[in-house]
Design a protein around this ligand. Structure first.
Ligand code: SF4
Length: 313
């Protein structure tokens, strides 16, 4: 399950610090242009909504609605219980936070559960999932948490105080007078924005395999951080617990442009759904797992074609 290689200790610190990477000067005109485009999209597309409607936009919302409006609508209706992989990811986020803030990750299952119970209402489905497991430490989920924690504590360095590490920082950006709210919770932010240059590195911890949308997720976080603090991060990264790899990317003007375009597009589509419009259907690789699949002809045709193609291959 685990590749016990990957960078560790000082190597990981070097990557987080990105010593060789320039800290770009903040361009206030660029940030003003980004904010203006998002504000324009939010005002234009919320204009016809019922007063008091709030359109919430998270990284998952952006990815899902851009893949298929029908899928996004179905997932909101379905309210499916969490999968084991999702629960594992949430537990490991809590373990990671505990390790960064206390330097220890003893008894990770207990630590994670106690962290979830701090906000029991919000985490009710995860706590219910844990309550439904057979008692004792022998479950597959428990073994996964223990193994990932061992790998994490072996690799993850102690962060110096001068890094100003912050965990689970919630970022919120309101647009169109609060009619659209962009939000995200970062696993780790290091560095402090100084208003003159990009000085922050954002890190998201992943318990699963690398996926193409992870980079787009980090671009969304970079966009929120830019709007919230007035300066873009200099770097964003996904940290993969299974192999210890830190997938880093410098936050360039191209990254911010791409994130802005995707976010404007997502706002438009989410507002269409909030207005009760019929969602458009875009068959895509999510179709086999989509809650709308039984009643979605384009999705079923896509799956049939894919299965026929896979069978021929
Ligand atoms: S089955 Fe596919 S096309 Fe249909 S709603 Fe779901 S993701 Fe969209």
């Amino acid at each position: 399950m685990f590749d016990m290689g990957g960078p560790a200790g000082g190597d990981l610190l070097d990557q987080l610090r990105a010593g060789g990477l320039a800290r770009p000067r903040v361009d206030p005109d660029q940030i003003a242009a980004v904010r203006s485009r998002l504000e324009h999209a939010a005002r234009a597309h919320t204009a016809g909504l019922d007063p008091g409607t709030v359109v919430r936009v998270s990284k998952q919302d952006v990815t899902t609605i851009l893949a298929c409006e029908g899928h996004a609508a179905a997932e909101r209706r379905a309210k499916r219980p969490p999968t084991q992989a999702q629960v594992l990811g949430i537990l490991m986020d809590a373990v990671f936070r505990h390790l960064v803030t206390t330097g220890s990750a003893e008894d990770p299952l207990r630590v994670a559960r106690e962290a979830l119970e701090v906000d029991a209402e919000r985490n009710a489905d995860i706590v219910a999932y844990l309550d439904g497991l057979a008692p004792g430490p022998g479950s597959e989920l428990a073994r996964g948490v223990e193994a990932m924690t061992r790998a994490l504590t072996r690799r993850w360095p102690s962060l110096p105080a001068r890094f100003h590490p912050r965990t689970q920082e919630r970022s919120v950006v309101s647009l169109a007078g609060g009619a659209v709210v962009l939000s995200g919770v970062l696993d780790l932010a290091i560095g402090v924005p100084d208003g003159m240059s990009a000085r922050v590195c954002l890190v998201d911890v992943k318990a699963g395999k690398p996926r193409v949308e992870h980079r787009a997720d980090m671009h969304f976080y970079a966009l929120i951080e830019t709007l919230r603090s007035g300066a873009p991060p200099f770097q964003v990264a996904s940290y993969y617990l299974t192999d210890g790899r830190l997938d880093r990317e410098a936050v360039t003007a191209v990254v911010l442009e791409s994130a802005t375009r995707r976010c404007c597009d997502a706002i438009e589509r989410l507002c269409r759904l909030a207005d009760g419009k019929e969602p458009s259907l875009t068959p895509n690789p999510l179709c086999p797992w989509c809650a709308a699949r039984p009643g979605c002809a384009p999705g079923r045709q896509w799956i049939d074609r894919k299965e026929a193609h896979d069978g021929d291959a």
